[in-house]
Ligand binder design. Structure first.
Ligand code: COA
Length: 250
């Protein structure tokens, strides 16, 4: 288990599992070990009747700066990405119980796209959502190329995923990426209260309703695989390696 992710139960609402990003010194950039810990927690929720909702939370002013670029560089140098990221994306797509996220501040790369798999997201008014995939010579991941245009329409999805435009919290709310905008100091309490309300509902009815609203998982998984094939090839490109090296050299 990675110390950079803290898995806990809400003290007030034990049926709410909390996945807390805890690598603030690196802006909560996700390492392979962090993905592994998060995947285990998501999979545990599927089989543990005591967990009814899982919540993602970051730190003050920073949700996540996305995948660790050092890990990207290691993959570009021939080390490969390993299975951890793809397993995490499968776990998100296969989550059988509601996922709720609370975003305060930076949400970059997968810090943005993981919210596409959440059922409800509450973000602070100072949050910023950004996916600089193409600027890093990469392609969108996490099924975002399928899910984002569906929820926000083609042009906004293109602006976010291909043009790398930053979305404010209000932009993200209008685009349907998130549910609510609130003050920074309210994010955690509102996120946990939202999760607790869901956790109190009849679980089987909630599961069925959620499955109906989300639609088939298979097409999301197929798109995750298709994106991952391109992503793996792009990681090895000279232009991607140059972009990662430029970031690491700053
Ligand atoms: N991977 C690895 N390390 C990262 C990181 C990432 N994605 N994001 C931030 N960090 C590290 C920085 O290297 C720095 O480490 P250091 O203190 O050892 O030098 C530390 O986190 C703080 O980041 P810093 O850049 O100094 O903070 P900032 O407030 O000036 O900028 C960001 C924050 C997030 C805007 C900036 O770090 C950034 O652009 N990160 C990359 C985001 C990204 O492209 N992610 C991949 C998406 S696919």
């Amino acid at each position: 288990m990675s110390d950079s992710i803290i898995i806990a139960r809400s003290a007030e609402h034990p049926a709410v599992q909390i996945i807390r990003f805890n690598r603030m010194e690196k802006k909560n950039a996700f390492t392979r070990a962090m993905y592994r810990t998060m995947t285990d927690a998501l999979n545990a929720a599927n089989s543990d009747a005591g967990i009814r909702v899982t919540v993602f939370l970051g730190g003050e002013g920073c949700f996540s700066a996305g995948n660790d670029i050092g890990d990207f560089l290691a993959a570009a140098m021939g080390g490969g990405m390993g299975q951890e990221l793809i397993d995490f994306l499968y776990a998100l797509a296969n989550a059988g119980k509601p996922l709720v996220s609370g975003v305060d501040g930076l949400a970059i790369g997968i810090g943005t796209t993981l919210n596409l798999h959440c059922d409800l997201t509450i973000a602070s008014d100072r949050s910023q959502f950004r996916t600089p995939f193409v600027d890093l010579a990469l392609v969108p991941e996490a099924g975002s190329s399928l899910i984002a245009p569906r929820i926000m329409g083609y042009q906004r999805a293109f602006a976010m995923l291909a043009a790398g435009e930053a979305f404010t919290a209000e932009d993200a709310r209008q685009a349907g990426l998130i549910w609510k905008v609130t003050a920074p100091e309210e994010v955690e309490s509102q996120t946990l209260a939202t999760a607790a309300k869901l956790a109190a509902k009849p679980p089987e009815a909630l599961r069925l309703a959620r499955d109906l609203i989300r639609g088939p998982r298979e097409e999301v998984i197929t798109r995750i695989d298709e994106e991952a094939r391109h992503f793996a090839a792009r990681l090895k490109s000279a232009e991607a390696r140059a972009a990662f090296e430029a970031f690491m050299r700053r």
